[in-house]
Design a protein around this ligand. Structure first.
Ligand code: F6R
Length: 242
């Protein structure tokens, strides 16, 4: 596990971009596992900028998002489908059919989970998986207590996750309580993992993920067992490990 500490999120985003840039230059048909939330937005802005400056071509790139809320229609501005279109897909030359997000509106969600996992298995795991981390140590929406063996599945969100997500909704009662998420073993099948985190709120989660016990109580601690993980954090988030 490589840990790099930066002054701020802007510097984190630049470093994450550098790694994604090098990967796509090396392999045009790179597969990227993507996250939503505030941590990767700066990275997505740099990917858009590189495309606009003709420095990156996404025509052969494919993407696989970590998760999607259940009970939020695709077109709703709080869906992760909407988020990805707004923050990335609509601004680069990626093919629509190459952008994969779990379909939480499927009439058969269990089958959707199986198929989503199968798709990722068939490509042998994504080349790079971008991750954020929840205050409670979740990765994707794998909350504390999730099995390290889990594959794409349906999860109940924990109170702290619902509270953190409430900032995007008009009122707390509208925040979804269920989601589809890539499982922990699905995430671990990535060839390389880059986790981005910033701010004081993440201090405890970063400490437990990096130097704590490897336990299902802290889902991100599983990353200690992956052989190619880079953690990009700011000074605030790294305070308990410096
Ligand atoms: C998002 C996801 C979550 C977030 C995490 C951090 O697709 O799977 O695990 O990465 O909750 O969110 P932010 O970046 O908003 O702090």
């Amino acid at each position: 596990m490589k840990i790099v500490v930066f002054d701020n999120l802007e510097e984190i985003s630049k470093e994450a971009f550098k790694l994604v840039f090098e990967q796509i230059k090396k392999k045009k048909n790179t597969s990227l596992g993507l996250a939503t939330g505030s941590s990767p937005i700066g990275l997505y802005k740099l990917m858009i900028e590189a495309y606009r400056k003709n420095k990156l071509d996404f025509s052969e790139v494919s993407t696989y998002n970590l998760d999607e809320y259940i009970g939020v229609p695709k077109e709703n501005k709080n869906s992760y489908w909407y988020f990805m279109n707004e923050n990335l897909f609509h601004h680069i030359n990626i093919k629509e059919e190459n952008c994969h997000i779990p379909n939480a509106n499927s009439s058969n969600i269990l089958e959707e989970c199986l198929n989503y996992d199968k798709m990722i298995e068939e490509i042998g795991g994504v080349d790079i998986q971008i991750l954020g981390i929840g205050r409670n140590g979740h990765i994707g929406f794998n909350e504390p207590g999730s099995s390290f063996k889990s594959k794409t599945w349906i999860v109940d969100l924990k109170r702290e996750t619902i509270e953190d997500n409430a900032r995007f909704f008009k009122n707390k009662s509208l925040v979804p309580t269920k989601a589809i998420t890539m499982g922990i073993s699905t995430i671990m099948s990535a060839k390389k993992i880059i986790l981005l985190a910033y701010g004081e709120k993440k201090q405890e989660a970063i400490r437990k993920m990096t130097y704590g016990e490897i336990t299902e109580k802290v889902p991100a601690s599983v990353l200690q067992m992956h052989n190619n993980v880079t953690i990009l954090v700011d000074k605030e988030a790294a305070k308990l490990i410096e």
